[in-house]
Design a protein around this ligand. Structure first.
Ligand SMILES: Nc1nc2c(c(=O)[nH]1)N[C@H]1C(S)=C(S)[C@@H](COP(=O)(O)OP(=O)(O)OC[C@H]3O[C@@H](n4cnc5c(=O)[nH]c(N)nc54)[C@H](O)[C@@H]3O)O[C@H]1N2
Ligand SMILES: Nc1nc2c(c(=O)[nH]1)N[C@H]1C(S)=C(S)[C@@H](COP(=O)(O)OP(=O)(O)OC[C@H]3O[C@@H](n4cnc5c(=O)[nH]c(N)nc54)[C@H](O)[C@@H]3O)O[C@H]1N2
Ligand code: SF4
Ligand SMILES: [Mo]
Length: 765
């Protein structure tokens, strides 16, 4: 019997508890915090079937983050966050049919994300006709008919946009982009536009590939790992195991982060006795509490110190042979950095010169260096330029294409990288479109499509009328919440293919459809038997993923099946694609992937090898760089600091330990000492004093941006916290009301969610 409307403990300001932040991550509490809720919500049997199969070579891939799996697998090859993601998806709790009559959309809209997610799995297609305030169950046939009918009535295919979130499998992603291009548009925005787009741009231009230039094994071979703008303790927890191993082999680890993040300071490995009862491993040898947005200045200052060391003792600091053979732009970079002024660096970074000297000395001492980064680097106006500076620093000493060295953006969603490989991008290069057209006998559109921010703009302006989403929660995830909501409501039809209810189901086009889908934990039975799918992790390893539990409802369709049926309803006959065949047997899809996607030749064979295979990578494998010059490019980038007018702070948005993006697992953030609430703003004690505020006081956060639009986040409790001075932090997605749509990273158009200028005023609410 489906249970209805479980009680959800709501958090509000008055219940909030603030404790001391933790100095270490994981250990026994990590295991306890994951297993307890798993057994409680899924039962012992389902917990065993799912968690024991997770990340195993014959099991399913963890659907949470994109961290890779090691070669040798243990019985428990997951972390607390993976267990939470599985519990959230594989819960047997479902939304009953009468839920929709009981809850008008206008009421659901008032519910927080946490409540929405806790209602259970979606199990049947539901439709909200224009002018009505209720969804009602419809048949699959009716649902597909509505989408096909609407898409075929538009005057141009560019009046529709097709979003993807990064949990989608390679097979579903490949078919989805084929369907969209057969329909006639490149409007394929995705979560990557808001995430590592800056990494893709910067790396594409400088080294010819937008992916990490390392493999999993390189961590253990490295002598120095610099982790910038990333919080692995919460967001890529098993990275801490790799760091611990590296550390044991003598590697130094440096954290660059405005916040003192628990996992980067000390780690207790829950797989080891010492990690459960002991003090764990001290991870960071040096921790630079940089000012938000100061990384570009830091990186330039480091490169300058490398060049100065070389000038002093020629032949000792630069990898001259590598630079001569493989790189261009050294003289320009030297000229550019010659004028870099140390006072500007100190001001921009908030660091002391001797801290930067210390890191430079570590960098010069190490022969093999990896730099990893995530959202603290990409979601800035100068995100692309900052990543180019990471590449500069690495290239100067030849830290690319040799063991234990390289550039490593750490991806977010478990298959966000694979989705891109499969063609989910509004700007896929002509070579891919040529092969796609040849394979399926059609002419794919060539005009670049809309990315996530452009999609919101075009919906706002009435140019995009239909919005289809393969997963995700764009309304919550994108910047400028009010603008995004207005834009979404301005469309004729929104279609969400989802596992669970979220805010994007409550802020809809005039008409709206929800199409429920299977998750990765579930057995995907089709006409030819049970199917597996495939995914790619952050270091380009591709492998199979096969669900282990019975789908939560008999009527559910897989993502592949949904895409095939949408395509049959809309573009049947426009290409030679065998949409009915694909749904029955995913090998047929993989056969086409082999022909279209570079590096995926013989996909069906290689995906069946134990552990899968690794995609080719020029810089990593052979120091070849697919840039217009055929060389890796050193670049001179104009330094620009984040300007902070007096009386304001630079606000960044972080994930709590109890969320996956817009999905809130619980209203707490254990490592930062927060319980029973999320409405907090972390401010340093000095700034609290300077701004005349007090710890525990409620404030309204006013966005300061020169467009006269009022952007306010109300009733936030000030939490005195040791963040870098002049900076503040609060949680995403709530903070998105403060991020203007036009505030984006130059080049990549990624919302600049990590540098919002705010004024804190005593709360009036
Ligand atoms: N459990 C869990 N796992 C996840 C996710 C999740 O929500 N929950 N999300 C997934 C996704 S999609 C992604 S993209 C990744 C995100 O992984 P992260 O990038 O680790 O996520 P954030 O919480 O945004 O953390 C940003 C980090 O950058 C720091 N930072 C902010 N501004 C700056 C700056 O200017 N300079 C520097 N040096 N640091 C800065 C912050 O203090 C914080 O530690 O995680 C993935 N994994
Ligand atoms: N201010 C601020 N904004 C940010 C960020 C930030 O750091 N700060 N981070 C940005 C980043 S890095 C990202 S990646 C985006 C995230 O943006 P999205 O990817 O759009 O958001 P998610 O919260 O990951 O999407 C969650 C929803 O996906 C659906 N879902 C879950 N599993 C499946 C599945 O297997 N199949 C299908 N079809 N649906 C599924 C569920 O309905 C769930 O509610 O947000 C961005 N926005
Ligand atoms: S590190 Fe990421 S992929 Fe690995 S188990 Fe944890 S959440 Fe899942
Ligand atoms: Mo992300």
């Amino acid at each position: 019997m489906p249970r209805k409307n479980p009680r959800v403990d709501e958090a509000n300001g008055k219940d909030l508890e603030v404790g001391k932040p933790k100095e270490w991550a994981a250990g026994l509490p990590g295991v306890y915090h994951s297993m307890g809720p798993a057994i409680q919500q899924m039962g012992v049997g389902r917990t065993g079937k799912t968690l024991l199969a997770m990340n195993q070579k014959d099991g399913f891939d963890c659907m949470s983050c994109a961290w890779p799996d090691p070669g040798d697998r243990k019985t428990f090859e997951f972390c607390e966050q993976g267990a939470k993601a599985v519990t959230w998806e594989a819960t047997p709790l479902v939304i009953a049919s009468d839920f929709w009559a009981e809850h008008p959309v206008s009421e659901l809209r008032q519910q927080p994300e946490y409540w929405l997610g806790m209602q259970g799995r979606l199990t049947e297609p539901v439709y909200k006709p224009a002018g009505e305030d209720h969804y009602r169950p419809v048949s699959w046939e009716e649902a597909f008919g509505i989408v096909g009918g609407k898409l075929n009535s538009l005057s141009s295919p560019d009046q529709a946009a097709f979003y993807t979130s990064g949990r989608t499998s390679n097979e579903a992603a490949f078919l989805y982009q084929l369907f969209v291009r057969a329909y006639g548009t490149n409007n394929l925005p995705d979560c990557s536009n808001m995430c590592h787009e800056s990494s893709g741009w910067a790396m594409g231009q400088t080294i010819g590939i937008g992916k990490a230039t390392i493999s999993y094994d390189d961590f253990a071979k490295s002598q120095l790992i610099i982790i910038m703008g990333q919080n692995p303790g919460s967001n890529h927890p098993r990275m801490l195991t790799a760091l611990e191993e590296a550390k044991k082999a003598g590697c130094e680890i440096v954290g660059v982060n405005p916040l003192p993040e628990a996992g980067l300071i000390r780690y207790k490995n829950p797989q080891k006795v010492s990690g459960i009862v002991g003090r764990g491993t001290e991870l960071a040898d040096q921790y630079l509490q940089i000012r938000v947005g100061g990384d570009m200045a830091l990186l330039q200052a480091l490169s300058k110190r490398v060049l100065e060391a070389e000038a002093k003792n020629p032949g000792t600091a630069l990898d001259c042979q590598f630079l001569a053979e493989h790189c261009l732009g050294l003289e320009e970079l030297k000229a550019h950095l010659a004028v870099l002024d140390e006072d500007t660096v100190v001001q921009a970074t908030g660091l002391r010169s001797d801290e930067i000297d210390e890191l430079a000395a570590r960098y010069l001492k190490a022969e093999r260096v990896i730099i990893t980064w995530a959202m603290g680097i990409t979601q800035h106006k100068k995100g692309v330029a900052t990543i180019k500076e990471i590449i500069n620093l690495l290239l100067l000493r030849g830290n690319m294409g040799k063991p234990g060295a390289g550039a490593s953006p750490i991806r977010g969603h478990s298959n966000v990288q694979g989705d891109r490989t499969m063609g989910i991008w509004e700007k896929m290069p002509p070579a891919f479109l040529d092969r796609l057209g040849k394979e399926f006998h059609f002419d794919p559109p060539r005009e670049p499509g809309a990315d996530a921010v452009d999609t919101i703009r075009r919906m706002r302006d009435g140019d995009i009328k239909v919005f289809v989403a393969l997963g995700g929660n764009l309304v919550s995830a994108i910047s400028d919440t009010h603008a995004a909501e207005t834009a979404m409501e301005n469309t004729d039809l929104t279609v969400q293919i989802s596992t669970k209810l979220n805010r994007s189901h409550t802020v809809t086009g005039k008409a709206a459809l929800i199409l429920p889908t299977m998750g990765r934990t579930e057995i995907d039975m089709q006409a030819s038997g049970p199917q597996f799918v495939s995914v790619e992790d952050t270091v380009s390893a591709v492998h199979a993923s096969e669900g282990r539990v019975r789908p939560v409802a008999p009527n559910l369709l897989s993502e592949v099946a949904i895409v095939c049926r949408l395509a049959r309803e809309t573009v049947d006959g426009k290409t030679s694609a065998d949409w009915s065949g694909f749904e029955k047997n995913y090998d047929l899809i993989r056969e086409h992937i082999s022909h279209v996607v570079a590096g995926c030749e013989d996909y069906n064979d290689r995906i069946r090898q134990e552990g899968g295979f690794v995609l080719p990578n020029g810089p990593r494998d052979s120091r070849t760089f697919n840039t217009p010059t055929g060389k890796a490019m050193l670049t001179g980038n104009r330094l620009e600091q984040v300007e902070r007018p007096p009386g304001t702070l630079i606000l960044q948005s972080v994930r709590s330990h109890d969320q996956f993006n817009t999905t809130i697992y619980a209203n707490s953030d254990r490592y930062r000492g927060i319980k029973k609430g999320r409405n907090v703003v972390f401010v340093s004690p000095e700034d609290i004093a300077e701004l005349g505020l007090s710890d525990g006081q409620f404030v309204d956060l006013h966005g300061v941006y020169g467009d006269n639009v009022e952007r306010v986040l109300r009733k936030m409790r000030v939490v005195s916290y040791p963040t870098a001075s002049g900076c503040a932090a609060t949680y995403y997605p709530e903070s998105n009301v403060l991020v203007p749509l036009d505030s984006v990273a130059e080049g990549s158009n990624t919302p600049a969610s990590k540098a919002v200028i705010v004024r804190l005023e005593p709360s009036t609410a």
